[in-house]
Design a binder for this molecule. Structure first.
Ligand code: GLN
Length: 222
Protein backbone atom coordinates (compact mmCIF):
# COMPACT_ATOMS: atom_id res chain seq x y z
CA UNK A 1 0.00 0.00 0.00
CA UNK A 2 1.20 3.51 -0.76
CA UNK A 3 -0.17 6.68 0.84
CA UNK A 4 -0.61 9.73 -1.36
CA UNK A 5 -1.48 12.93 0.49
CA UNK A 6 -3.34 15.91 -0.93
CA UNK A 7 -2.81 19.20 0.87
CA UNK A 8 -6.40 20.08 1.76
CA UNK A 9 -6.21 23.59 3.18
CA UNK A 10 -7.75 25.44 0.22
CA UNK A 11 -8.39 24.86 -3.48
CA UNK A 12 -9.13 21.89 -5.71
CA UNK A 13 -8.15 19.06 -3.38
CA UNK A 14 -11.43 17.11 -3.69
CA UNK A 15 -10.97 16.90 -7.46
CA UNK A 16 -7.47 15.43 -7.04
CA UNK A 17 -8.93 12.93 -4.60
CA UNK A 18 -11.53 11.89 -7.18
CA UNK A 19 -8.85 11.48 -9.87
CA UNK A 20 -6.67 9.33 -7.61
CA UNK A 21 -9.66 7.22 -6.66
CA UNK A 22 -10.30 6.52 -10.35
CA UNK A 23 -6.77 5.20 -10.91
CA UNK A 24 -6.23 1.55 -11.29
CA UNK A 25 -2.94 0.99 -9.59
CA UNK A 26 -0.86 -2.15 -9.19
CA UNK A 27 -0.46 -1.10 -5.55
CA UNK A 28 -3.33 -0.09 -3.32
CA UNK A 29 -3.49 3.69 -3.07
CA UNK A 30 -4.37 5.16 0.28
CA UNK A 31 -5.47 8.76 -0.33
CA UNK A 32 -5.05 11.12 2.63
CA UNK A 33 -6.39 14.68 2.85
CA UNK A 34 -3.60 16.50 4.65
CA UNK A 35 -4.48 19.21 7.17
CA UNK A 36 -2.16 18.45 10.07
CA UNK A 37 1.39 17.32 10.68
CA UNK A 38 0.05 13.92 11.72
CA UNK A 39 -1.63 13.59 8.32
CA UNK A 40 1.56 14.61 6.51
CA UNK A 41 3.68 12.16 8.46
CA UNK A 42 1.61 9.26 7.07
CA UNK A 43 2.28 10.21 3.43
CA UNK A 44 4.73 8.72 0.96
CA UNK A 45 4.06 11.53 -1.52
CA UNK A 46 2.00 14.71 -1.68
CA UNK A 47 -0.06 16.74 -4.15
CA UNK A 48 -0.45 20.50 -3.66
CA UNK A 49 -3.59 21.55 -5.53
CA UNK A 50 -4.54 24.67 -7.44
CA UNK A 51 -6.28 27.45 -5.62
CA UNK A 52 -4.71 30.61 -4.31
CA UNK A 53 -1.03 30.25 -3.61
CA UNK A 54 -0.72 33.07 -1.05
CA UNK A 55 -3.67 31.67 0.90
CA UNK A 56 -2.34 28.10 0.79
CA UNK A 57 1.07 29.31 2.02
CA UNK A 58 -0.54 31.29 4.83
CA UNK A 59 -2.78 28.42 5.93
CA UNK A 60 0.16 26.00 5.79
CA UNK A 61 2.10 28.38 8.02
CA UNK A 62 -0.82 28.62 10.48
CA UNK A 63 -1.22 24.84 10.53
CA UNK A 64 2.48 24.44 11.38
CA UNK A 65 3.00 22.66 8.07
CA UNK A 66 5.27 25.06 6.23
CA UNK A 67 8.69 23.93 7.48
CA UNK A 68 7.61 20.24 7.60
CA UNK A 69 6.57 20.53 3.93
CA UNK A 70 10.03 21.84 3.04
CA UNK A 71 11.57 18.89 4.85
CA UNK A 72 9.12 16.47 3.21
CA UNK A 73 10.18 17.71 -0.20
CA UNK A 74 13.81 16.82 0.46
CA UNK A 75 13.05 13.11 0.57
CA UNK A 76 9.59 12.48 -0.87
CA UNK A 77 7.87 13.31 -4.17
CA UNK A 78 5.61 16.35 -4.39
CA UNK A 79 3.40 17.38 -7.31
CA UNK A 80 2.22 20.98 -7.49
CA UNK A 81 -0.62 22.00 -9.80
CA UNK A 82 -1.17 25.68 -10.63
CA UNK A 83 -1.04 27.47 -7.24
CA UNK A 84 0.84 24.39 -6.00
CA UNK A 85 3.33 24.84 -8.85
CA UNK A 86 4.02 28.39 -7.68
CA UNK A 87 4.74 27.14 -4.16
CA UNK A 88 7.28 24.61 -5.43
CA UNK A 89 9.21 27.19 -7.44
CA UNK A 90 12.45 28.75 -6.32
CA UNK A 91 11.36 32.27 -7.22
CA UNK A 92 8.20 34.03 -8.29
CA UNK A 93 7.40 37.29 -10.02
CA UNK A 94 4.04 39.03 -9.67
CA UNK A 95 3.52 38.01 -6.06
CA UNK A 96 1.09 39.99 -3.97
CA UNK A 97 2.34 43.03 -2.11
CA UNK A 98 4.11 41.93 1.00
CA UNK A 99 5.62 39.00 -0.81
CA UNK A 100 4.86 35.36 -0.90
CA UNK A 101 6.41 32.48 0.94
CA UNK A 102 7.53 29.62 -1.24
CA UNK A 103 8.51 26.08 -0.40
CA UNK A 104 11.02 26.25 -3.24
CA UNK A 105 12.72 23.04 -4.16
CA UNK A 106 12.36 23.21 -7.93
CA UNK A 107 14.95 25.34 -9.70
CA UNK A 108 12.62 27.43 -11.79
CA UNK A 109 11.41 31.00 -11.87
CA UNK A 110 7.66 31.34 -12.37
CA UNK A 111 5.28 34.25 -13.03
CA UNK A 112 2.10 34.31 -11.02
CA UNK A 113 -0.98 34.95 -13.21
CA UNK A 114 1.53 35.10 -16.03
CA UNK A 115 -0.88 34.60 -18.93
CA UNK A 116 -2.09 38.17 -18.49
CA UNK A 117 -5.20 39.34 -16.71
CA UNK A 118 -7.23 39.44 -19.93
CA UNK A 119 -6.83 35.69 -20.22
CA UNK A 120 -8.56 34.34 -17.14
CA UNK A 121 -8.81 30.80 -18.34
CA UNK A 122 -8.45 28.78 -21.48
CA UNK A 123 -8.03 25.24 -22.76
CA UNK A 124 -5.23 23.94 -24.93
CA UNK A 125 -4.17 20.55 -26.31
CA UNK A 126 -0.68 19.68 -25.07
CA UNK A 127 2.21 17.89 -26.68
CA UNK A 128 3.30 15.25 -24.20
CA UNK A 129 6.65 13.70 -23.55
CA UNK A 130 6.90 10.40 -21.71
CA UNK A 131 3.28 9.94 -20.70
CA UNK A 132 1.14 6.92 -21.50
CA UNK A 133 -0.45 7.20 -24.93
CA UNK A 134 1.53 10.35 -25.54
CA UNK A 135 0.35 10.64 -29.13
CA UNK A 136 -3.13 11.51 -27.88
CA UNK A 137 -2.98 15.19 -26.85
CA UNK A 138 -3.95 16.15 -23.34
CA UNK A 139 -6.69 18.77 -23.24
CA UNK A 140 -5.40 21.04 -20.47
CA UNK A 141 -7.37 23.58 -18.51
CA UNK A 142 -5.54 26.74 -17.45
CA UNK A 143 -7.11 29.01 -14.81
CA UNK A 144 -5.16 32.17 -13.92
CA UNK A 145 -2.20 29.90 -14.39
CA UNK A 146 1.42 30.70 -13.72
CA UNK A 147 3.99 30.79 -16.52
CA UNK A 148 7.43 29.19 -16.30
CA UNK A 149 9.91 31.97 -17.06
CA UNK A 150 13.29 30.38 -16.57
CA UNK A 151 14.90 27.08 -15.77
CA UNK A 152 17.66 27.95 -13.37
CA UNK A 153 20.90 26.07 -13.16
CA UNK A 154 20.97 23.72 -10.26
CA UNK A 155 23.36 21.32 -8.67
CA UNK A 156 20.41 18.98 -8.07
CA UNK A 157 18.87 16.70 -10.61
CA UNK A 158 18.19 17.98 -14.13
CA UNK A 159 14.78 19.25 -15.23
CA UNK A 160 12.80 17.19 -17.73
CA UNK A 161 10.10 18.87 -19.78
CA UNK A 162 6.95 16.72 -19.68
CA UNK A 163 4.54 18.89 -21.69
CA UNK A 164 4.54 22.08 -23.71
CA UNK A 165 1.81 24.25 -25.06
CA UNK A 166 2.24 24.80 -28.80
CA UNK A 167 3.68 28.23 -29.54
CA UNK A 168 0.71 29.02 -31.76
CA UNK A 169 -1.62 28.68 -28.76
CA UNK A 170 0.23 30.99 -26.42
CA UNK A 171 -1.90 33.97 -25.45
CA UNK A 172 -0.97 37.05 -27.53
CA UNK A 173 0.21 38.88 -24.41
CA UNK A 174 3.08 36.41 -24.11
CA UNK A 175 4.18 36.27 -27.71
CA UNK A 176 7.44 37.97 -28.50
CA UNK A 177 9.38 38.28 -31.67
CA UNK A 178 11.84 35.47 -32.33
CA UNK A 179 10.28 33.19 -29.74
CA UNK A 180 10.96 29.54 -30.46
CA UNK A 181 9.02 26.36 -29.66
CA UNK A 182 11.54 25.58 -26.94
CA UNK A 183 11.05 28.86 -25.10
CA UNK A 184 10.64 28.13 -21.35
CA UNK A 185 7.28 29.91 -21.44
CA UNK A 186 5.87 27.04 -23.50
CA UNK A 187 6.66 24.58 -20.66
CA UNK A 188 3.52 23.66 -18.75
CA UNK A 189 4.61 20.40 -17.11
CA UNK A 190 8.05 19.43 -15.89
CA UNK A 191 9.76 17.16 -13.46
CA UNK A 192 12.89 17.46 -11.41
CA UNK A 193 13.98 14.37 -9.56
CA UNK A 194 10.77 12.79 -8.31
CA UNK A 195 8.88 16.08 -8.17
CA UNK A 196 6.30 17.10 -10.74
CA UNK A 197 4.97 20.53 -11.64
CA UNK A 198 1.99 21.37 -13.86
CA UNK A 199 0.77 24.92 -14.41
CA UNK A 200 -2.70 23.71 -15.47
CA UNK A 201 -5.36 21.61 -13.71
CA UNK A 202 -5.28 17.89 -14.65
CA UNK A 203 -7.69 17.19 -11.79
CA UNK A 204 -10.47 19.20 -13.48
CA UNK A 205 -10.66 16.94 -16.50
CA UNK A 206 -11.54 13.26 -16.72
CA UNK A 207 -8.18 12.44 -18.27
CA UNK A 208 -6.12 10.90 -15.48
CA UNK A 209 -2.83 10.43 -17.33
CA UNK A 210 -0.94 12.96 -15.20
CA UNK A 211 -2.15 11.32 -11.99
CA UNK A 212 -1.04 8.00 -13.41
CA UNK A 213 2.33 9.49 -14.35
CA UNK A 214 2.86 10.90 -10.85
CA UNK A 215 1.91 7.69 -9.09
CA UNK A 216 3.76 5.32 -11.40
CA UNK A 217 6.77 7.35 -12.54
CA UNK A 218 7.47 9.61 -9.56
CA UNK A 219 6.16 7.75 -6.51
CA UNK A 220 6.32 4.01 -7.20
CA UNK A 221 9.84 3.93 -8.60
CA UNK A 222 12.74 2.26 -6.85
N1 GLN B 1 -3.44 32.56 -9.69
C1 GLN B 1 -3.45 31.64 -8.59
C2 GLN B 1 -2.31 31.91 -7.63
O1 GLN B 1 -1.49 32.70 -7.91
C3 GLN B 1 -3.36 30.22 -9.08
C4 GLN B 1 -4.61 29.88 -9.82
C5 GLN B 1 -4.98 28.44 -9.76
O2 GLN B 1 -4.44 27.65 -8.99
N2 GLN B 1 -5.95 28.10 -10.57
O3 GLN B 1 -2.25 31.35 -6.60
Amino acid sequence: EVSIGILALQGAFAEHQASLNRLNSSRKLNVILVRTLDDLNQCDALIIPGGESTTIALLARLAGLFEPLKEFMKTKPIWGTCAGAILLSQSVVGAKKGGQELLGGLSIKIARNGWGSQVESFEAPLDLNGLEESTRPFQALFIRAPVVLELQSSSDSPITVVARIPLSLLPPSLIEENMTEDDPRTIVALRQGRHLLTTFHPELTEDDRFHEYFVHKCVLIQ
